[in-house]
Design a protein around this ligand. Structure first.
Ligand SMILES: Cc1cc2nc3c(=O)[nH]c(=O)nc-3n(C[C@H](O)[C@H](O)[C@H](O)COP(=O)(O)OP(=O)(O)OC[C@H]3O[C@@H](n4cnc5c(N)ncnc54)[C@H](O)[C@@H]3O)c2cc1C
Length: 175
């Protein structure tokens, strides 16, 4: 089954992920591959999921697990908020924050440390590396491998494909 993400909006999407260091390039290669081409579409789908965030990926996985033919449409970054700006980045930052707090209260525990300084650039760099490391789980390549068709919203999806009856909107958790 073919897989696609949008071509024309690459620069706009990639601008969301800065700086374009090695980790972020790896992230983009997984969740918005630069050379991605929209698939031709593949007949009738049992389920078309709009939005490749947590909800969309879980819905698609559940349906595919029951044998449905699934297509997923993502307009920006697969993985949605959770991978790209929410759960994953925030936990990486929290871990660094916890280390600072522990170091600062170390004296009260009988542990002598020097002055504690935060290198925020290094904190963010670590976060980007961790996020890139997790991104293969939500990647276009993996979704294709498990048999879903993955496409961009902008280019229309899936070309020459049709949904049998069900479209699941998982486009955001925002109210
Ligand atoms: C800072 C932060 C920390 C968080 N930490 C946690 C945590 O520790 N644990 C936890 O369980 N939750 C956490 N969350 C919440 C979690 O991120 C959300 O619950 C989750 O991302 C919701 O998933 P979703 O698929 O509903 O929406 P989203 O993640 O918003 O995904 C929606 C997707 O739909 C796409 N889309 C939108 N419109 C269209 C369209 N027209 N066509 C195609 N695609 C479209 C978007 O580009 C996006 O990729 C956190 C959130 C934040 C902000």
């Amino acid at each position: 089954m073919a897989t696609t993400l949008e071509q024309p909006g690459h620069a706009r999407i990639h601008a969301l992920v800065e700086p374009l260091d090695e980790a972020n390039q790896e992230l983009l290669a997984q969740v918005h591959p630069p050379g991605w081409a929209n698939p031709p579409g593949n007949g009738v789908y049992d389920l078309v999921v709009i939005g490749g965030g947590t909800a969309g990926l879980v819905s698609a996985a559940g349906a595919a697990g029951l044998g449905a033919r699934v297509a997923i449409v993502e307009k920006a970054l697969l993985g949605g908020d959770c991978l790209n700006s929410g759960c994953v980045p925030s936990k990486a930052l929290l871990r660094s924050g916890r280390a600072v707090a522990e170091a600062r209260k170390a004296a009260s525990l009988g542990v002598r440390t020097g002055p504690v300084e935060v290198d925020f650039g290094a904190v963010m760099s670590r976060m980007r590396v961790l996020r890139a490391g997790i991104s293969p789980h939500d990647s276009a390549a993996r979704l294709t491998k498990v048999g879903w068709t993955c496409s961009s919203a902008r280019d229309g999806f899936p070309a020459r494909g049709r949904s049998r009856s069900t479209v699941s909107f998982c486009a955001s958790s925002e109210p």
